[in-house]
Write a protein that binds this ligand. Structure first.
Ligand SMILES: NC(=O)c1ccc[n+]([C@@H]2O[C@H](COP(=O)([O-])OP(=O)(O)OC[C@H]3O[C@@H](n4cnc5c(N)ncnc54)[C@H](O)[C@@H]3O)[C@@H](O)[C@H]2O)c1
Length: 362
């Protein structure tokens, strides 16, 4: 990854608005506007030919962003992540006479960025695109790294591309309208980074709580930038997930299957997935015995569950169709220590017995 020296963005009166950093991935260079007001968008998309994609909740919470702009709306929620939505949006882009010069800008949570990234990758075989993430989860994770996709049946993100956006603009003030449950969801991914990469972050999180970050703009911006940079560094090293990027799946393997089976929010399911993986880590990787309990305490501190009644049979049948599986095993992400994730190939019987242990303890 290369963070070029930040360049200043100024308005027409010469007033300093924002710092832009460029992050170099193997496929593209992406402009990151951290801690920047969404009002600078016209200075980023200089030809002012913008079509927004957003969802019903974000459109209602932040109408000013879309005033006087062509805006394509999706229904809020995971159910919108389908090929039908992609086709409908492509047709609406045609009706709006969007060309290859049009910027497609997704303003919303991970559902919007996944859909926008996909639409921008396939409309006219690829057009310019940017993201303005509006959930904590999208700011620290979903908007970053170029993965996009939709679901089919119970299979999550199974159809999609890896294509970087041209820019990402982070405006933490947009989080002011975010419901508390969505703050918790975002913290599941923050805690994930702490577990796999960043012991100091784990300590920082243990000393604080959601309201601390809600009230302290500098701490919140620091948290978002720190997590975004952890993901940038990982993706820059391994954009196509041959190795180190797999670490970002900590909590996600069982998590995705639990999310689909029980229609749980992404962060809640990841939280349960991390608890299951931490318990496996003690047995398989020598994670100290006290750490799963410390992780459970931290998750609860951020409003996340440490357990959920699961049906191992149902989860296993989805895991056997997981896109990350090999014939006999799945590259499971476990912990050697807090701050040190490792890739551990586990057979299906090994995973099954870990899930059964969780099932009987919950
Ligand atoms: N592509 C990736 O690398 C990646 C990584 C992680 C997650 N994801 C995907 O992201 C999705 C989850 O993202 P999410 O948690 O942001 O979900 P989401 O996009 O569904 O947003 C959660 C809820 O918050 C609402 N919302 C969004 N911003 C708001 C705001 N500022 N004020 C009020 N309400 C607001 C939304 O309308 C929605 O109801 C999943 O589909 C997951 O698969 C993708």
């Amino acid at each position: 990854m290369q963070n070029k020296s930040p360049s200043l963005i100024t308005n027409s009166n010469g007033v300093h608005l924002s710092h832009m950093q460029q992050v170099r991935f193997s496929s593209a260079i992406v402009d990151y506007y951290y801690n920047s007001p969404v009002s600078i968008l016209p200075q980023i998309c200089t030809n002012d030919n913008i079509v927004f994609i957003t969802d019903s909740n974000v459109a209602a919470a932040h109408p000013g962003i879309f005033e006087g702009r062509t805006t394509l709306l999706i229904q809020a929620g995971e159910e919108s992540k389908t090929l039908e939505t992609i086709e409908r949006l492509c047709n609406e882009l045609l009706e709006a006479q969007a060309t290859r010069q049009t910027w497609i800008v997704g303003v919303g949570g991970g559902v919007v960025s996944d859909i926008t990234g996909f639409v921008a990758a396939v409309y006219m075989r690829g057009v310019k695109c940017g993201f303005v993430p509006t959930t904590l989860l999208a700011m620290v994770d979903a908007a970053i790294g170029g993965k996009n996709g939709v679901n089919t049946g119970p299979h999550k993100n199974i159809i999609g591309t890896i294509r970087q956006p041209d820019f990402i603009l982070f405006d933490p003030t947009l989080l002011s309208s975010l419901p508390d449950v969505e703050w918790s969801n975002g913290f599941a991914e923050v805690i994930k980074y702490a577990c796999i990469f960043d012991k100091e972050l784990f300590t920082e999180l243990t000393a604080n709580d959601i309201s601390y970050y809600q009230k302290n703009a500098a701490a919140l911006n620091g948290l978002i930038t720190r997590c975004a940079n952890l993901k940038n560094k990982t993706v820059a090293e391994d954009e196509h997930e041959k190795g180190i990027r797999k670490l970002l799946n900590f909590g996600h393997t069982a998590g995705h299957a639990i999310e689909t089976t029980y229609s749980l929010p992404h962060g809640v399911a990841v939280s349960i997935g991390m608890v299951i993986a931490a318990a496996m880590s003690v047995e398989k990787c020598g994670l100290p015995h006290d750490l799963p309990a410390r992780l459970r305490d931290l998750l609860r501190r951020y409003g996340l569950p440490a357990t959920h009644a699961i049906d191992t049979g149902k989860i296993m049948s989805l895991l056997r169709a997981d896109k990350k599986r090999n014939k006999e095993y799945i590259d499971y992400i476990l912990l050697e220590q807090i701050g040190k994730g490792v890739i551990c190939p586990l057979t299906f019987p090994e995973i099954e017995s870990a899930l059964k242990r969780h099932e009987s303890n919950s």
